[in-house]
Write a protein that binds this ligand. Structure first.
Ligand code: CA
Length: 425
């Protein structure tokens, strides 16, 4: 589970993995972090900050005993700040992310884990109506089935982020939630372990999510998402159910688009029932009718040259877990293959090189210079830039899929160069 981020939350991107932008090192090429600040003075400032925050926590009703056991021992972790400030230079293309996230080994391990914890999975399916393969897939992607859920002390990580991270208010809220977990006696402070970004345990719950959705399924009185797999399974299924999972619908399906399909309609915000898509010529891959889904969208994560999927409500629920289309697609495809189904049948355009952030900025600048409105020049390829690029492709008479390529960037650069030189006196 990833933290929200203002600009990114406004712009869920098709080819970008937001998880990558939010600093999940597993799916990015990280640029070198900035030079470390003066560690000694940072640590001094941290101590003063802790003292101030302890007063706030006391006022919020956290007991002094809990503060002594938690904040009084909190450590400032420079590594957390380095990870938080590292910006990916390249965002990996969706196919590279999927290669790692949905490996043959992870599919096989998922089947074994589902078998091993069959009773717990069956109980969760009955109670929450979420397929066991979906919960298994989230567990596999979040922590490789518990093999790697991070070894940061959550309170240290969140205190560090609340003191000088990029999203301090958010981190303060999560830190308060972590203190509440300890204060209420749900888990001891030492048990709260997870990622540098505050996500905890097998399926990476943030403390606020833990408070709302964690479940004691094995009946030992603790909601233990670190050591009890039945608790992990029920908690994850409960989160998805409470977030609006529809048991009657699949996550979606791979589709074949008709010739001449208007790619400006491939946005998550454009939703219609599967019947309407079928009436417009969208078909299943195997010639079967489309599954019955309400409010479905068509996505083409790699543009017109890659696979197309029809996704619905349950895909959007997966995006609440982590607001990256690549992530949600990985969970869906891993689940489908754990169930013995196929992966994507259409091929990814693996020959297309991803654009670096600086190249995306150059593309945004050029589109704006041509009056095509690519939105803010921020190096992030979101819906506004995609719409601007589609307008440019239309002008060229190309299929307007809004997928950024080196070739389109080159053409844009040449054209803006020409415009600039002809406008010179
Ligand atoms: Ca338990």
């Amino acid at each position: 589970m990833r933290s929200p981020s203002g600009s990114l939350a406004r712009a869920p991107a098709l080819l970008l993995t937001l998880a990558a932008l939010l600093g999940a090192a597993s799916c990015t090429t990280l640029a070198a972090p900035p030079a470390a600040a003066d560690t000694a003075s940072e640590a001094d400032g941290f101590g003063a900050w802790i003292a101030g925050f302890s007063k706030e926590a006391l006022q919020a009703g956290i007991s002094r005993a809990t503060l002594d056991a938690t904040l009084a021992r909190a450590r400032w972790l420079p590594q957390v700040i380095e990870l938080d400030s590292a910006q990916p230079e390249f965002v990996r293309p969706v196919w590279q992310y999927l290669d790692g996230a949905v490996s043959a080994q992870r599919i096989q391990a998922g089947r074994l884990q589902r078998q091993r914890y069959a009773a717990a999975f069956q109980a969760a399916v009955q109670r929450y109506g979420v397929p066991d393969s979906i919960v298994t897939a989230i567990w596999g992607i979040e922590s490789s089935y518990g093999a790697h859920f991070g070894n940061f002390r959550t309170i240290d990580a969140l205190a560090t982020l609340a003191y000088d991270g990029r999203r301090r208010d958010w981190a303060k809220g999560e830190l308060m939630a972590a203190l509440t977990i300890v204060d209420k006696g749900y888990m001891p402070a030492a048990a709260l372990i997870g990622s540098w970004a505050g996500a905890m345990g097998n399926t990476q719950f943030l403390p606020s999510i833990y408070l709302k959705y964690a479940v004691d399924a094995d009946g030992d009185g603790k909601r233990d998402i670190w050591n009890s797999i039945p608790d992990v399974i029920a908690s994850t299924a409960n989160f998805l159910a409470q977030s609006g999972w529809r048991p009657s619908e699949p996550w979606g399906t791979e589709v074949r688009l008709p010739a001449g399909f208007d790619y400006s309609r491939t946005e998550l915000t454009l939703r219609q029932d599967s019947d309407a898509w079928a009436a417009q010529g969208v078909r299943g891959m195997d010639g079967q009718p489309l599954p019955v889904m309400r409010d479905a969208s068509i996505l083409t994560p790699a543009g017109a040259r890659g696979p197309a999927v029809m996704v619905g409500n349950n895909f959007r629920v997966l995006l609440l877990y982590n607001s990256s289309t690549s992530y949600a697609l990985a969970v869906a495809l891993l689940a489908q293959q754990i169930d013995g189904g196929p992966g994507l049948l259409a091929l990814w355009p693996r020959q297309i090189k991803p654009l670096a952030r600086t190249e995306i900025e150059a593309m945004q600048l050029a589109l704006n210079q041509l009056g095509l409105d690519a939105g803010e020049i921020d190096g992030v390829f979101g819906p506004a830039t995609r719409a601007g690029l589609r307008r440019y492709q239309q002008r060229l008479g190309q299929t307007a899929d809004g997928y950024p390529t080196q070739e389109l960037l080159q053409r844009l650069m040449q054209q803006t160069d020409k415009n600039t030189s002809t406008s010179k006196p």
